[in-house]
Design a protein around this ligand. Structure first.
Ligand SMILES: [Zn+2]
Ligand SMILES: [Zn+2]
Length: 317
């Protein structure tokens, strides 16, 4: 472990770049994820998105501007007339469908917040309510963090991290908790530091100094985020060795189950932010020993789900 001294000016530390990281540059922000959820729930006008998310007008305008700049959202005239302008997903934005399904899945599995409305997804080709299952496209078996291995790919590089130091305050989004589809999942994905820690842990790092080295975080930020992830029920500090004070941060079941979200995020990042050399991380499904081609299947019929094949039904409770 490197010892940091105050006397020497430090050269900026580098972290591994990957598609997850590049995707988080766009999506790793709670208000951004709230805006996307509103659009996904067919709120297309500024006022509709505003009342769904309860973000201030200034914050909402800013996030919509950023999403348009990132080519995730576009502003177009409503088909019915030119009076109202609508915000719609671009093709790139619509490709976040798989990430959205995995966020919904995780929220439904682990977070019991009482929503003011109910959303049911229907798999049109079989007619059943869609329970999304992450599945390997090659062998059609479900995959999880334990059955996928990873290796460094040709596009892996190093970069200087830049992110916000402070975790966004929860109370700003508290008022709209019950109005959103996924709140806790957005809270986690919206924090880039937390996502970076989870990336380290999913690649096999467990100890504080290993995670510190991998993420290049300041120690106070790392400690604060680790404590938050433990409080959130995603990590479990586990003593290792005989009578040792050493701790390892291990994933709880809730943490392990978060993995498909990062896989789908990586898939999206690989598609839109790949380095010319190729993908930075290669995933292999251990069960079939082939490169992981992640899909989402319908639990009822077992078929891979296509975006046009899902209907969203929303009703008040
Ligand atoms: Zn497989
Ligand atoms: Zn089905």
């Amino acid at each position: 472990m490197k010892v940091l001294t105050r006397d020497k000016p430090q050269t900026p530390r580098m972290i591994r770049t990957c598609s997850i990281w590049r995707a988080l540059d766009v999506l790793g922000d709670v208000p951004t994820l709230m805006v996307l959820q509103a659009i996904w729930l067919r709120e297309h006008r500024f006022g509709e998105i505003e009342s769904r998310t309860r973000l201030t007008r200034a914050l909402l305008s800013d996030r919509l501007r950023r999403l348009i700049r990132a080519d995730v959202v576009m502003k177009g005239d409503a088909r019915s007339g030119a009076t109202h302008q609508e915000y719609r997903l671009t093709t790139k934005g619509a490709d976040l469908f798989w990430v959205t399904l995995m966020l919904l899945r995780w929220e439904q599995n682990w977070c019991g917040t009482q929503k003011t409305f109910r959303v049911a997804l229907v798999h049109k080709s079989c007619g059943a309510e869609l329970v999304p299952v992450p599945q390997c496209g090659a062998c059609h078996q479900p995959f999880d963090a334990r059955t996928v291995s990873w290796a460094e790919g040709p596009g892996l590089g190093l970069m200087t991290p830049r992110y916000h130091r402070r975790r966004q305050r929860r109370d700003r989004t508290e008022s709209s908790r019950n109005e959103m589809l996924f709140t806790d999942a957005a809270e986690l994905l919206g924090d880039r530091w937390a996502s970076l820690i989870l990336r380290s842990i999913f690649t096999g790092l467990r100890r504080y100094d290993e995670i510190l080295e991998d993420t290049a975080m300041a120690t106070n930020i790392l400690s604060e985020r680790l404590a938050w992830l433990v409080e959130f029920g995603v990590l479990e500090p586990t003593p290792v060795g005989d009578a040792s004070k050493r701790l390892e941060y291990r994933l709880s079941e809730k943490g392990v189950d978060y993995y498909p979200i990062l896989v789908m995020l990586q898939l999206w990042g690989d598609k839109y932010y790949a380095a010319p050399e190729g993908p930075p991380i290669l995933l292999e499904h251990k069960e079939c020993r082939l490169a992981l081609d992640p899909k989402v299947a319908c639990m009822s019929c077992g078929e891979a789900v296509l975006p046009g094949d899902v209907e969203v039904h929303q009703s008040l409770r």
